[in-house]
Each structure stands twice: as C-alpha cells, then as structure tokens.
Design a protein around this ligand. Structure first.
Ligand SMILES: *Cc1c(COP(=O)(O)O)cnc(C)c1O
Length: 381
C-alpha cells in the first residue's frame, strides 16, 4: 500500500477522550445510556435547540430508526438525491420503499428543489435531504412543498452539524434528522451517530425502537415498574465508552469548528486565482447559509483532468479522494429502474469532483504543500 505523506483524513483526537473513557469504565457504566450519553444528548439538544437527541451506533442506524418511525411500508416512495451516501436511501429501501432519485443543483450539489413537484406522487411518504458539504438545501421551498403535500422530511445532517440556514441550525427543520460521528466527520467516536427528533409525537416511540422495541427508557425514569416488548425495534444505542469519547469533542466544539474554518478559508483564499485560471470551480456558499466546514472540494473541467490530478498529487505523497458514484446508476439503483440520463447534473459532477485533504490536524505547512502541488499541475488537456 502506498504511504501518503499527507493523508486525506486523520480522525480528530484531542486527548481528553481517553480520560473520559477511563472514567466511564471506573463508573461501571459501559453499556448504553450512561452518564456520558446523557451529557451528549443534553449538549445536542441545548446547542441546536432540538426537542430530543438520541445517540445511535451510526448515522445509518439513525436513518433506519427514521424509516421505522415514519412507518415506511412496501410500495411507499421516498425521494432522495442521487448524489449521496448509500445509507441515505438504503434505510428506507430496507422497509420496502421505492427510491425516487432526484438530481442535484450544480451550485450547491444539493437536491434540486425545482424537480420536486414532478417527482412527488400520491405514494410519496418522505423526502430525504442531504446538506452536502454542510451547505443547506433550499429549506424554505422544500419545507413549504412537504407541508402542503403532507410528506415527512428527514434531514441527513451527516456533513452539517452546526450549519445554519437563515440563522437556524440544520437538523431542526425536518420531522427527523440524523448525524454521523464516523471517523471522517467533524466530531467522532469512531463509529456513531444520532437521531434528532423535532416532531414531539415521535419521541416516545423513538426511545422504544432504540431499545429493542421495549419501554425500558420509561422504566429507567421510574415511570413504570417493569419493562416489556411493546413495538418493533432493535439495538441502536452505543456504549457509554463511545459517548465518553464523543463528549470530550463536544466540549471543545468551538475549537474544532474554528480550526476547520481556518483550513477551509486557507484553501479558498489561496486557490481562488488558480481555479479561475484553469476553469476549476470552488464550493459555492449561498449568502443565507453558514456552513460546517466539513470538506473542501474542487470541480475540475473533466474526468480526464481529475484522474491526472489524483495521480499528480499521489506523486507528491498527497491523497485526494472523490465520491459519490450516482446512486441511480449503482447496481441496486438500476434494479429500481435507474438509467443513464435520469440525473444529468449528478452524472456530470460525480466525474469531476475531487476532495482535498481536510481534517482538524492538518498543519499549515502540509496544506501549503497541497496548494503548491496543485499549482504545479500541468496536464489540463
Ligand atoms: C457518513 C455519512 C453517512 C453514514 O454515516 P455512518 O455513521 O457511517 O453510518 C450517511 N450519510 C451521509 C451523507 C454521510 O456522509
């Protein structure tokens, strides 16, 4: 395997994580819903202003909980951008829903709200939104349409913790929202996630689904004498040792976000003239959006240039990566009827997007190396 001098990602690690994990072990409370889990819930609820936050074992599992909570049934349709991670729709497909793939906007790479009126049918039960790179979707337009048609909105907020739209935090608009604490995200505990619940009527059942279909959460609060099987569910709660790791990062949220902002701004400022000269597009941040500084990407002129640039950066010991392969053209997507030409913007941009090394621990001199390697690239045609 190639050793990269400058890797694409290093998981955030501040130091206090190990101390807090030791603490949770000493407390003999290492299963789910211990003290650190409660502190994480409180932190998310208070800082975002959501009604209820529940830590989960992953964002994928939080999305599965959302599909269960919305009672998604075989034959229901769920609209999702084709340009996203597989979990955004797999959770709903698991319940038998049919994915309806939407194309994205060429500026923000978010679901293009102008297509929604054509995609909505009698069978549409939910719209899954992804705030790509922590930049908000057009929430005014989307929420108005969803409310008018009685369709639930689930925000996949994996990139967008602490992003805002017109001053309001993402993850507080939809009935439900999900977070990821995978090692590639701004805040991490290795593998982890959270479900954010804004619709009060879903709160009690969310606790039940997360606790194997039992009312154990009410039992722990002393509201009932015995707990029992009351609904479908699974085991979606993480160990308190992972919550301890995560809480150490939540405590330093301001520092983590400020560092990532510096990295993002440095790329943006240093690459502006270079990008304009070579027909490269840098991320677009609309005026009413405050982003989360999750990633930095380039939109290159062609697939050929992207392949050559990846190889060029590799020669300099720098790992750059791309994602997502359009979901409607994946093996599963085609089984649901997806075909070439369905989402032209997604198909085009997925070939041209490149992500640069971006993480909390990226040093200014490493970033300067990435920038100078980019400037040294010559194979533009
Ligand atoms: C990372 C990610 C996920 C999955 O997160 P896990 O915690 O690994 O399950 C889902 N959606 C998006 C948009 C992501 O970036």
């Amino acid at each position: 395997m190639t050793q990269y001098r400058i890797p694409f990602n290093k998981p955030t690690f501040l130091g206090h994580e190990t101390e807090y994990i030791r603490d949770s072990i000493a407390d003999s409370r290492i299963s789910g819903d211990g003290g650190y889990t409660h502190q994480c819930h409180q932190f998310l609820e208070e800082s975002l202003g959501v009604r209820k936050a529940l830590l989960t074992t992953s964002c994928t599992h939080a999305l599965e909980m959302a599909a269960l909570l919305l009672d998604i049934q075989p034959g229901d349709e769920v609209i999702v951008p084709s340009f996203t991670f597989v979990s955004s729709i797999n959770a709903f497909a698991l319940r038998g829903a049919k994915p309806i793939f939407a194309d994205i906007r060429p500026d923000t790479l978010n679901l293009d709200e102008r297509h929604l009126p054509d995609l909505v049918t009698e069978k549409t039960r939910a719209i899954v939104l992804v705030h790509y790179a922590g930049v908000a979707c057009d929430m005014d337009t989307i929420m108005a349409l969803a409310q008018e048609r009685g369709i639930a909105v689930v925000e996949d907020t994996a990139h967008a913790l602490f992003s805002r739209y017109k001053g309001r935090y993402l993850g507080t608009f939809g009935e439900l929202a999900t977070l990821s604490f995978h090692e590639t995200k701004n805040f991490t505990c290795g593998e982890g996630g959270a479900l954010l619940i804004n619709d009060e009527s879903l709160m009690e059942r969310a606790e039940i689904i997360r606790e194997k279909g039992t009312n154990r959460s009410r039992f722990f609060r002393g509201q009932i004498d015995k707990y029992t099987w009351v609904d479908l569910g699974s085991s979606y709660l993480p160990s308190d040792m992972l919550a301890a790791y995560l809480y150490a990062q939540f405590e330093r949220a301001t520092d983590i976000q400020a560092r990532r902002q510096q990295v993002w701004n440095r790329y943006f400022e240093c690459l502006g003239a270079w990008a304009a000269e070579h027909d490269v597009l840098l991320p677009t941040i609309p005026a009413d959006v405050e982003q989360s500084y999750h990633m930095f990407y380039l939109l290159l002129p062609s697939l050929k240039v992207r392949s050559a640039l990846i190889a060029h950066l590799k020669e300099h010991g720098i790992l750059s990566v791309f994602h997502y392969l359009p979901l409607h053209l994946s093996t599963m997507g085609q089984r649901y009827g997806g075909k070439v030409g369905d989402c032209p913007v997604t198909e085009d941009l997925a070939d041209r997007l490149l992500r640069l090394p971006f993480h909390y621990h990226l040093k200014p001199d490493e970033q300067a190396d990435v920038i100078s390697a980019l400037r040294g690239f010559e194979e533009w045609d």
